[in-house]
Write a protein that binds this ligand. Structure first.
Ligand SMILES: Cc1cc2nc3c(=O)[nH]c(=O)nc-3n(C[C@H](O)[C@H](O)[C@H](O)COP(=O)(O)OP(=O)(O)OC[C@H]3O[C@@H](n4cnc5c(N)ncnc54)[C@H](O)[C@@H]3O)c2cc1C
Length: 300
């Protein structure tokens, strides 16, 4: 019988890359499917909503926190196994492992095609949920199977059944489904070339992204036919901060809203997101859709 530790009033800010937001009424970090079931049972008995958190690199959590149970899939479910074959490798990665660790494991094993994962600061589970990608590749290109938990059962689907699309997957529309892990098949390649390419992509990020300030990465999805960053820049918002708050459109990359020195509240960030949407719509007629997921109550 599992006996999961469910904590009360846990501040969520440190569990996000945006470094803002209030507490979770309840918080659990299950280590296996049994504990996960126990966590959901707890929420059900208490009549509370539950939300899944990975590495918190694509979420904005309300300053009021979350009046329910936050189930964090992290270090307690983070195994990774590499099965090397003659012409490639089969990698089984648990959802709580970091995607960058998965990418680095492929690179050091001489497996080619997962280098794009190295600089994405999400968990493996969050990467499946979002179909994370960069530099022309995304999770759907390498994932052959996803395992997930729902209603007390562990289920598996093939990669081509996961309905991967731009920054979404079948899981985006499923209630209380928890991604447990994925299997990827990655072909073998030249180790030096793979490492050099991973280094090149890392350097590109350093050169183009404001990695010295907390953020959620690209705040908005790329609208078809446009770049969100360019539209925001064209609206004159590069470097813009509403009411001089710490929430600011990055000077380095207008597609990122950053939290300068961690001084912004979630409501500062939220208000800025709304403002940017309004100004871009006014200026170019394009509606920007947030890529970031909002957790909790944002009524102003
Ligand atoms: C500096 C920076 C750079 C970034 N660059 C990129 C990039 O190049 N490409 C890109 O695609 N993204 C990028 N991102 C965004 C982010 O890293 C990805 O979206 C990532 O996949 C989110 O994973 P996560 O574990 O942090 O998910 P979270 O932010 O914790 O959650 C995101 C969503 O996934 C759900 N979720 C998370 N884990 C699970 C699970 N195990 N089961 C079910 N649902 C789950 C959550 O409920 C939530 O709805 C960047 C972010 C930052 C801060």
């Amino acid at each position: 019988m599992a006996d999961i530790d469910i904590r009360r009033d846990v501040l969520l800010k440190p569990y996000t890359t945006m470094k803002c937001g209030g507490p979770a009424a309840f918080f659990a970090e299950p280590g296996n499917a049994e504990e996960l079931a126990e966590a959901f049972l707890f929420a059900q008995k208490e009549g509370l909503p539950a939300v899944i958190l990975g590495a918190g690199s694509n979420v904005l959590i309300s300053d009021k926190g979350f009046e329910g149970l936050v189930i964090r899939i992290g270090k307690n479910m983070s195994g990774i196994e590499v099965d090397m074959k003659e012409d490639g490798g089969i990698i089984r990665c648990q959802a709580g492992n970091m995607l960058s660790n998965f990418g680095n494991t492929c690179v050091s094993s001489g497996l080619e095609g997962a280098e794009f994962c190295c600089g994405i600061p999400g968990s493996a589970g969050g990467a499946i949920y979002m179909n994370a990608g960069a530099y022309g590749r995304q999770m759907e290109d390498i994932v052959t199977e996803v395992s997930y938990w729902q209603d007390g059962d562990i289920r598996k689907i093939k990669g081509d059944q996961a309905q991967f699309a731009y920054r979404k997957s079948i899981f985006s529309g499923m209630k209380d489904a928890v991604i447990l892990g994925f299997t990827a098949e990655v072909p073998a390649g030249d180790k030096d070339r793979i490492k050099a390419y991973a280094d090149e992509l890392r350097q590109k990020r350093i050169n183009s992204q404001p990695l010295n300030h907390p953020s959620c990465g690209s705040t908005f999805k790329r609208p078809e036919g446009y770049y969100a960053g360019r539209l925001i820049e064209d609206a004159g918002l590069k470097g813009f901060a509403l009411d001089g708050s710490g929430a600011c459109v990055s000077e380095k990359h207008a597609g990122f809203v950053v939290n300068i020195n961690g001084t912004a509240s979630a409501s500062d960030v939220y208000r800025l997101i709304l403002y940017v949407q309004e100004k871009v719509l006014e200026n170019s007629g394009v509606t920007l859709e947030p890529e970031v997921k909002f957790i909790g109550d944002f009524s102003l």
